[in-house]
Design a protein around this ligand. Structure first.
Ligand SMILES: Nc1ncnc2c1ncn2[C@@H]1O[C@H](COP(=O)(O)OP(=O)(O)O)[C@@H](O)[C@H]1O
Ligand SMILES: [Mg+2]
Length: 246
């Protein structure tokens, strides 16, 4: 279909003998929010890392806009700019201000002009409620604030898809909400996202589609998150969801 943005076809990934993704097929349409859930170690992070070729794969292919994303491809750095990623640890540069952190890729990699990039950075910082912290250093911010900066940094390169890997997992509970609000706002505005999370209420609220992964395989997939979270079809997903209270 024409509106497919990301496509994983028969992706096979292993570390030595350890098979982590088995013949995995997954598509994400433009404007779609897909949430991946599953037990620890089932391959969620590896899946996201394969999407932007941070990991090599032993079989299958990853296509973005119909173009292969491959480590050895000449255009890999251009392809990666179309894929924004936010991790659990925000990895901001400690000796750069918030503004300089978010301007780094646009100015150094994309060679954009400072006034224009800075105007966009400030508008995005404003949108996540942090415009007044532009000249602060990361250590002066809370975890939730730093994670909101990391989201802004990812948005600055105008990615076509955002990959979010447990972005609230390291945060104190009272900071989870402020970060998830930003992500919900992005979804409302049509951002395409592939999200790994353990926040089940959030997953239910934001997902257009839920994918349940176990042992590197998609065990259950649902286009009706409410139904899935109320009563998943497979026993394995039921067992998994029972371990959460939400
Ligand atoms: N860099 C690596 N080297 C070797 N094994 C890895 C590496 N990263 C992940 N793994 C293994 O791959 C499996 C899936 O890990 P991961 O994708 O991190 O799972 P999840 O994010 O679902 O918790 C685990 O068995 C893990 O030990
Ligand atoms: Mg993980």
């Amino acid at each position: 279909m024409a509106d497919i943005l990301l496509e994983l076809r028969h992706v096979h990934k292993r570390y030595g003998e350890n098979v982590v993704l088995r013949d995995l097929d997954l598509t994400v349409r433009r404007g779609e929010v897909v949430v991946v859930i599953g037990p620890s170690g089932c391959g969620k992070s590896t899946l996201l890392r394969c999407v932007n070729a941070l990991e090599d794969i032993q079989g299958g292919e990853v296509l973005l806009d119909g173009q292969p994303v491959r480590q050895e491809a000449k255009n890999i750095s251009q392809m990666r700019q179309k894929i924004g990623m936010v991790f659990q640890s925000y990895d901001l540069f400690p000796h750069k201000t918030i503004l300089e952190n978010v301007l780094l890729a646009p100015l150094k990699v994309q060679k954009r002009q400072r006034p224009e990039a800075e105007a966009e950075a400030l508008a995005l910082l404003e949108r996540v409620g942090l415009a007044d912290r532009r000249d602060d250093y990361p250590r002066q911010l809370s975890g939730g604030q730093k994670q909101r900066v990391a989201i802004v940094r990812a948005l600055m390169t105008h990615p076509e898809i955002l990959l979010l890997d447990e972005i609230t997992a390291a945060l104190d509970p009272e900071m989870v909400h402020e970060v998830l609000e930003v992500v919900l706002d992005l979804a409302k505005n049509g951002s395409t996202m592939l999200i790994v999370t353990h926040e089940m209420a959030f997953a239910r609220a934001i997902a257009h589609r839920v994918v349940f992964l176990e042992n590197g395989e998609i065990v259950e997939e649902s286009r009706d998150p409410k139904a899935f979270f109320t009563r998943p079809a497979t026993e394995r997903a039921q067992r998994f969801l029972r371990t959460f209270e939400y």
